[in-house]
Write a protein that binds this ligand. Structure first.
Ligand code: 13P
Length: 339
């Protein structure tokens, strides 16, 4: 393990005013997104879609790294240039999703365990050769009734720790993503309690697996009420509870935190990130690693048509720029609506 390299990459991933583009939708997930805009999902349409994002201006200014899916890290642009090279040419880092998804966990009805550890050291070495300098693994925790159970949380955090150690052995920075879902009608306070338990368990496991925390990036959810909750939360409430969560559960050795958007709409995800950063300097840079909240507007503008690429890139640039401002606590409604 090269600790210097891991630290440098982790810090570059959370550089000031920049964040991570999560473009690692599996083929099943991107098909769902394309169905929503009436585009057939083929190897070529998936390539064309990702290519225009990787060639956009935002890549140079507001995107520090891109999380790729296995198909994409091996794909070439229309002119034959590997997509990884386009990302590198923009000064961003290529990354790779390595988990193989959340599957039903035996004896834990309604809960899942994320798979993908078998053969991972070998796959990791191959991804390094393909240019990946960081990776992602997502554990999924659902709040419902008396769930999550301690057993399911521990198993998932242990898998994250095993994955993180395997990454670092291959000189790849692990993004550790324990996502507490927004599904449900639970309160913001219930989300806080569950996410704190999840993060505290995660760091216990990372310590006991001897993971080098300075060479990791945390990708958490924000503390928000369930999407069906009667009581909504203001960005200021989300910010106060989320920072309280981090102070109680995230070691200061962690070089940075980059949120998932998890079903928040575009502007909501930006406003919440901004409110968090408005509360002043914290021990960690706090930025974005959004999938849906960075791409939804661009997808709609593109709708699979070559003639729409410039408009789609403009939509992507705008979203990335707004989130770049929010990562510094400098986003405003005026900036949001300026054309
Ligand atoms: P969302 O921002 O759409 O939640 O995606 C981020 C991600 O990488 C989920 O694993």
């Amino acid at each position: 393990m090269n600790q210097d390299q891991l630290s440098k990459v982790a810090l570059a991933m959370v550089a000031r005013g920049k964040g991570i583009l999560a473009a690692d939708e599996s083929n099943a997930t991107i098909k769902k997104r394309f169905d929503g805009i009436g585009v057939e999902s083929t190897e070529t349409t998936r390539r064309d879609y990702r290519e225009f994002m990787f060639r956009s201006q935002a890549m140079r200014e507001n995107i520090s790294g891109v999380i790729l899916y296995d198909e994409t890290i091996r794909q070439n642009a229309k002119d034959g240039t590997p997509l990884v090279k386009l990302i590198e040419a923009a000064g961003a880092l290529p990354g790779i999703k390595v988990d193989t998804g959340a599957h039903p966990m035996p004896f834990f009805p309604g809960e899942t365990i994320t798979e993908g550890l078998d053969g991972l050291p070998k796959r990791m070495a191959a991804y390094y050769e393909l240019g990946a300098r960081f990776a992602k693994w997502r554990a999924v925790i659902r709040i419902a009734g008396d769930k999550p159970t301690g057993g399911a949380v521990r198993a998932n955090m242990q898998a994250l720790a095993r994955y993180a150690a395997i990454c670092q052995q291959a000189n790849i920075v692990p993004i550790v993503e324990p996502e507490v879902l927004m599904d449900g009608a639970h309160s913001l306070e219930r989300n806080f309690e569950v996410t704190r338990y999840v993060l505290q368990t995660l760091y216990q496991e990372l310590f006991s697996h001897r993971v080098f925390l300075e060479g990791t990036v945390l990708k958490p959810n924000m503390v928000v009420p369930g999407e069906d909750a009667a009581k909504k939360a203001t960005p200021e409430e989300v910010a106060a509870w989320t920072l309280r969560l981090f102070r109680e559960a995230v070691p200061v050795a962690v070089p940075g935190i980059a949120f998932l958007s998890g079903g928040q709409d575009d502007v909501e995800a930006t406003a919440n990130l901004n409110a968090i950063n408005r509360l002043g300097a914290q021990p960690w840079p706090i930025t974005f690693s959004y999938g849906r909240a960075l791409q939804a507007a661009a997808q709609k503008a593109w709708s699979g048509k070559e003639a729409n690429v410039a408009a789609a890139q403009a939509a992507f640039n705008h979203r990335a720029k707004m989130n770049g401002l929010a990562a510094m606590g400098e986003w405003t409604e005026t900036a949001e609506t300026a054309v």
